[in-house]
Design a protein around this ligand. Sequence first.
Ligand code: MN
Length: 338
Amino acid sequence: MIKMTNYKQQSILAAGFILVACFFKPIQSKSVNLLTNQSNSKDAMKEVRTIDSIYSPPPVHFVGDGFRVHSLITPRGPIRSMRMNPFIMLDYNAPHFFSPSTKPRGVDIHPHRGFETVTIAYQGEITHRDNKGGGGIIGPGDVQWMTAASGVLHEEFHSESYSKEGGIFQMVQLWVNLPAKYKMSQPKYQPILKDSLVNVSVGSNSSVELVAGSYADVRGPAETFSPLHISNVQLSGEDVVPFSFPSNWNVGILVLEGALMVNGNHEVVKNHFAVMAHNASSFELRALEGETKILLLAGEPLEEPIVSYGPFVMNTEEEIRQAITDFQQGVFGDWPQD
Ligand code: MN
C-alpha cells in the first residue's frame, strides 16, 4: 500500500532562523513483502524494493529572488531530512521562465557549515562564488559540489549572460549531510561539468548518467564523504533499467520529465518524488510512455543526530550555538574584495 501524501499548506523554513532538531531514531522499515510468507534469505532475491510514499510538489517559494523552488526535503517535511538522510534538503526549481534582467537574480552572501551543497543545473546558468576560492558558472547538465564543512560564505546567482537573455530555468539543489567527523574539515569545491559525468547505456536508448556513486561497476566523478549515489536517468520506450542498493540505504526519485513506472506496477508522474521502502534492494524503472527523465538519489543513512538551524547543520545544539557565534565573530572569514 503506497501512501499518497498531499502536501498541506505549512510555513516553510526559508531563510528563517528557526531551530529544528531531529534526533536520530532507528529507521523503521515498513516492509511490504510482495511474496507473502517468504522471509528467508533464499527468497530475498525475488523480492523487489517497493515504493513507500509518493509526494506531490509542495507550493513554490522563492529563495532570494532567483530560485523558485518546491522544497521537497526539509527538516520539517513534507519529506523529513532524516527519512532521506544523507540527503537532508532538496529544493526543486521546476522549469520556470525568468524575463531578461540586467541585474542577475539570486541569493546574496550567506554562510553554511556542516554539510555540502550540490547544485544541478538543467536549464539556465548559475554563478557561484565562495570565500574559500571556489566558484564558477554552471550550465545545463553541469553540477557544482561545494563542501561547506567548517564554514564558507557564498553567493548564488543566475549567470550574467543567462540573466540578459532570460529564458527557462530549471535546477535542483541538494544538501548532503557530512558525517560528524568531517563537519569541521576544510571546505572544498568540485566543479563537475557535464562532459565529466559518466554515462552508462542501458537497453536500446536509455542511460544512467552518474554524478556520484556507481552503476554497473563504473563510478561517477564526485568525491563523497559517505557512500551515496546521484544519477540522472533517461528512460526511453520499453527499456527496463534495474537498480540495486543495500536495503538499509535511503532511496528517492524525483521525476523531472515524463512519467515513471516503478517495478512495472506503480506510476510516478512529473514533479513528484517517490521515497522507496527498505524492504529489499532491487527495483526496476521504465518510462510510462515516451521519454522520461529522473533524478535518482540513494545513500547510506548517517546514524547520527541532525540539528539544523537555517544554513547550519550539526549534530548538537551546542555546535549550532558555536556556529552562530563563529559566524558573528568572523571565523568564517572575510568576503573577498573585488
Ligand atoms: Mn547557499
